[in-house]
Ligand binder design. Sequence first.
Ligand SMILES: Cc1cc2nc3c(=O)[nH]c(=O)nc-3n(C[C@H](O)[C@H](O)[C@H](O)COP(=O)(O)OP(=O)(O)OC[C@H]3O[C@@H](n4cnc5c(N)ncnc54)[C@H](O)[C@@H]3O)c2cc1C
Length: 542
Amino acid sequence: MTVMDTPVLIVGGSLVGLSTALFLTHQGVRCTVVERQPHRSVQFRFGGIHARTMELYRSVGIEDDIRAAGTDNEQSGGVARVRNLADPEPQWMTLPWDGDAPLLSPTSFCMCPQDRLEPVLARHARRRGAEICFDTELRSFLQDDEGVTAVLVDRADGTERTIRTQYLVAADGVHGEIRTELGIDRHGLGVLEHWMSIIFRSDLASQLAGRDFRTVFLAEPNGSLVPRADGVWQLAVTYRPAGGQRAQDFAVGHFTEQRCLELIRTATARPDLEATIVDVMPWQAASYTAERFRHGRVFLVGDAAHVMPPTGAFGGNTGIHDAHNLAWKLAAVLSGAAGPELLDTYQAERKPVVERITTEALLRLGSWFRTDRPGMPSGTPVNEHTVMFGYQYRPGAGTFVDPRSRPAPVGTRAPHVPLDRDGKQVSTLDLLGSGFTLFAGPAGRPWCQAAHRVATAAGIRFDCHRLSEGDSECATAFGITPDGAVLIRPDGFIAWRSTSTPDDTEATLHEVLSRLLRRAPQGDFLTVGELPAICHERGHDQ
Ligand SMILES: Cc1cc2nc3c(=O)[nH]c(=O)nc-3n(C[C@H](O)[C@H](O)[C@H](O)COP(=O)(O)OP(=O)(O)OC[C@H]3O[C@@H](n4cnc5c(N)ncnc54)[C@H](O)[C@@H]3O)c2cc1C
């Protein structure tokens, strides 16, 4: 048995686990990822990367590689509701990622299925120092005041090794055992529907008749049809297990190759269609949120913390946003720049937002698939951009704010504004570093001077940008007065705003940072009872 050390152990090397590794290594934190599976599945779950998530990947320099791996070309068409694929009059639906996106972000939605995205994430995380071990399983773990001891098993040869880590991130998915091991319950509507996803290869050119679909919602059978790359399609259909039968057992017995072929032929309205079944995978549309996202030194991220129906394509995106929220906090605490209480803000910020986003996924499930179950929320869904760009971190409340609001409120994502720099257009988001960023007004030189001194003293990275008189659009978007300033957190959220220059800018910034990082000004940590609000506004009410 060998003993090794890693600052952070991530259990689950799928979408969210690998994203956590990427964001942590970007922050300079070494980590180890263990994934039970020896290789990736051909099944497609996560596919649609929202523009906000692309911003996160862009901030760590991998946007181009993701686009190169994506399938935007193969799936450039529209979304339609049809009876079956022969329906001559598809009801075209508005693409959720259309419209305002180009104004809101320097990047855009990308279709990149999980099986193509994960190798990109793994490659970049490894290049930055993450150790990623496939075919390796977490067998058990035990935490104490100083860290976590984890027993890992190499599934190829059965050897065990013990890792000592300071923090454990559970990215082990909806069926992960870490949450149950910790005794953390979850609440929600539970399993709402059973689905079978059938991956098949066939030539559907004659049925498509030149029409370009990205997703087709079908009435016959009740489900959806999605083109994947290279002539591969995914048909997803709902099913009801017979009374008293386990859904999995029912699915295995019911979805024979012949039955799958029949369903494909019904969906395409081609009784003689030739198709090769590549894979089948049962899954459930479910809604759960863990009661807690943290237990001591263990953090739940992604589907381990929350599950929502895929309607809206929010689940995986939300998990990646969890990872991004947690990574800079772990980095700040591990480096000693922040007090450990900063880690409490992970749950305080993410859980209310996750619950609000889950409601949005349920509203879409109800209206798109006419799902009607007791407890389903009612109302009109808010648009996708508000869900993904507009959530606001406020203690205890999952709130959406229109991402076009000016000025962007404290607690929301810093807005994208194109700026002219040396004759080139850059986005404000591209000016954000991996640490804190301060934008000051044209008369805000004292802010920038103070920021450098505070950063040096605190041992943190601090980028400072002073706006020019011509940057009025940016000043309006960020709410920056001529001698005011706005502080952006390492995850790109507005942490604090001042509408004037105080007498002692250095002392002010020092105090603000101390509070944000949960340190007392003298370096003593604040106690939990003294925790200030997560984000602060100075100068006017928010
Ligand atoms: C049909 C469908 C379509 C979807 N489409 C979208 C979409 O377009 N956009 C979107 O945002 N979301 C989508 N989702 C949701 C999205 O797929 C999930 O939210 C996302 O995959 C969750 O990722 P994860 O990394 O948290 O969990 P998972 O992908 O479930 O990964 C967990 C990993 O942990 C590993 N693991 C578990 N226990 C251990 C252990 N003890 N030791 C080692 N490894 C372990 C597992 O092997 C697994 O690989 C969709 C879901 C479905 C079902």
